[in-house]
Unconditional design. Structure first.
Length: 229
């Protein structure tokens, strides 16, 4: 797995994203581009074209709403990515989620325990602050990443499935993530993913069109944009 992860640098793919939080349910087509360690771009599509573009790189987040010619800027943290990309993680963790990367801390240290959970072999690692991370492997592939809080509650759980060979690299075409504290669930079904393609830095920077309104999202409240279709 460590060799496989080291071989992965970037991902470009069309996807079907499905999101629910108990009251809302959204299903949308997306174009996703991610590059390690912490750069991502998500274009959410509506039946009429691009509805929203989210670009994050390190601590910087930009959101462009074409229908209003409005460019918003803010801090790329878990709260803002949850609000606009529906992934409640900071960019580096979101990139790891989308690419199926084993967290770095678990590639350099032995597990504290090994157990069996159904068809999975589960490796558990203690983390700072008393939290715990568990990795599940099935048929030699990463099948699950789970983080537990110090009191044993699930902080998040990510499942990977439908592995296929892309140029000698096994890659999961299906990602399902549950975030119980936020009562949200998001899944991605990839369509024709490309791994390790060359991606320019400019992809993760949005340049406002002439006459665009520019907004600091820390100073205003912006509605979610419905993307059903």
């Amino acid at each position: 797995m460590a060799e496989r992860d080291r071989a992965l640098a970037s991902l470009q793919t069309s996807a079907v994203m499905e999101y629910s939080n108990g009251t809302d349910h959204v299903k949308a087509r997306e174009e996703i581009i991610v590059r390690r360690p912490g750069s991502l771009r998500v274009e959410a599509m509506s039946p009429f074209g691009v509805a929203l573009i989210v670009a994050a790189q390190d601590a910087r987040l930009q959101i462009f709403e074409p229908s209003k010619n409005t460019l918003m800027r803010g801090t790329a943290d878990a709260a803002t990515l949850a609000r606009f990309a529906r992934i409640p993680m900071a960019p580096r963790d979101a990139v790891g989620l989308l690419m199926g990367i084993v967290p770095e801390a678990q590639t350099t240290s032995p597990p504290d325990s090994v157990a069996t959970e159904g068809d999975m072999t589960v490796l558990a690692y203690a983390e700072p602050g008393g939290s715990r991370r568990e990795l599940g492997f099935q048929n030699g592939q990463l099948a699950m990443v789970r983080k537990l809080t110090p009191n044993g509650a699930v902080d998040f759980e990510i499942r990977y499935a439908d592995y296929r060979d892309i140029g000698g690299v096994m890659f999961a075409y299906k990602v399902d993530a549950d975030f119980p504290p936020a009562e949200t669930r998001v899944s991605f079904s990839y369509k024709r993913p490309i791994v390790n393609g060359k991606i320019a830095d400019s992809v993760f920077t949005l340049t406002p069109a002439p006459g665009a309104k520019e907004v600091d999202i820390g100073m205003t409240r912006v509605r979610r944009i419905p993307l059903d279709g």
